[in-house]
Design a protein around this ligand. Structure first.
Ligand code: ASP
Length: 308
């Protein structure tokens, strides 16, 4: 039987039932389920993993609940700077953007770079020029305003603190997706507004190929969320791929080694979603919760928030 799978996340952090209302929980689950189903539909109809992960991430970027695209957090100077990346496991082609402003869907810009440029990684003004050339949509500053994130920023803007999204103290809100399509190709995509009150021009792990995002048909596809500085230094996504490629670990073993052992010892809080070349899915996290979902073949979809 053909194996195809998709897994998504909407960020990890101190997410507990006590920090949630039933209405909010319902809203998160609905937006996660819609993003999961949209990506799954593409795979089920024979579409590519690359298109599926782009679609799921785009829908999560359009939801104000998640720290990416529309719901992006505020930087130290009260702006929104977004990072995103996408990678194709078949060709190892990748596209990534850092610190872009006013782009409605940074994942679409990352995919345009993958498809139309010989470069992999663009930032700032040059990335925005590229977006204009390829008719990637822009939005005015107000589009990215959410009252909750404005409050988060207002509370810390006169300090040197920079905080992660999703709960009062520690919040991670990045979004991401990984998929295996019916042709056996893997892909990964990740998108984020970064961390509240981050220094302007600070770049996290999300757009760094091998740290926050990676896909390789020989091993797996990975999309991370968590304290980016640690994920960069631990080269998390590529580390998992290497454990599979060079040490023969299973996806689950590799994820547990990196997320539940190495990162914990290192102090790197967060998690990731992963799928391997056989369609196995892993959703490990070392924080209290992670917004997540997965669907393998046409089996029932799984949506989770808390530790189980
Ligand atoms: N990893 C992201 C960053 O450090 C934050 C997150 O996952 O919420 O920019």
């Amino acid at each position: 039987m053909t194996n195809f799978s998709i897994a998504i996340h909407g960020g990890a952090g101190t997410i507990t039932p006590a920090s949630m209302t039933p209405e909010l929980e319902h809203a998160y689950k609905t937006d996660l389920a819609n993003a999961l189903e949209a990506g799954h539909r593409i795979l089920n109809e024979g579409g590519s993993a690359l298109d599926a992960v782009e679609k799921s991430v785009l829908l999560l970027e359009n939801s104000p609940l998640f720290n990416a695209g529309r719901g992006s957090v505020f930087t130290k100077d009260g702006k929104h700077e977004m990072d995103a990346a996408i990678m194709c496991g078949d060709t190892l082609a990748a596209g990534a953007v850092a610190g872009v402003r006013s782009i409605r869907n940074p994942v679409v810009l990352a995919k345009a770079i993958l498809e139309h440029s010989d470069h992999v990684f663009m930032s700032g003004y040059g990335a925005e020029e590229f977006a204009r050339k390829y008719k990637v949509a822009f939005e005015p500053e107000e589009y990215f305003y959410t009252a909750q994130r404005y409050k988060q920023w207002r509370d810390v803007r006169d300090t040197d603190l920079f905080i992660l999204d999703h709960t009062v103290e520690k919040k991670f809100g990045t979004v991401g997706a990984v998929a295996l399509d019916k042709a056996g190709n893997l892909a990964a995509a990740t998108s984020t507004g970064g961390m509240t009150n981050k220094n302007y021009n600070r770049i996290g792990d999300t757009p760094i190929i091998g740290s926050g995002t990676y896909a390789n048909n020989a091993t797996c596809a990975i999309s991370c969320t968590g304290h980016g500085e640690f994920f960069i230094r631990a080269v998390v996504a590529y580390d998992i791929s290497c454990l599979i490629e060079y040490k023969g670990y299973t996806l689950q073993q590799a994820c547990e080694k990196v997320v539940l052992d190495k990162l914990v010892k290192f102090g790197g809080e967060g998690g990731l979603v992963a799928v391997d070349a056989h369609g196995n899915v892993a959703l490990p996290f070392n924080s209290e919760g992670m917004y997540r979902g997965s669907k393998v073949n046409n089996n029932e979809a799984y949506i989770g928030i808390y530790k189980e």
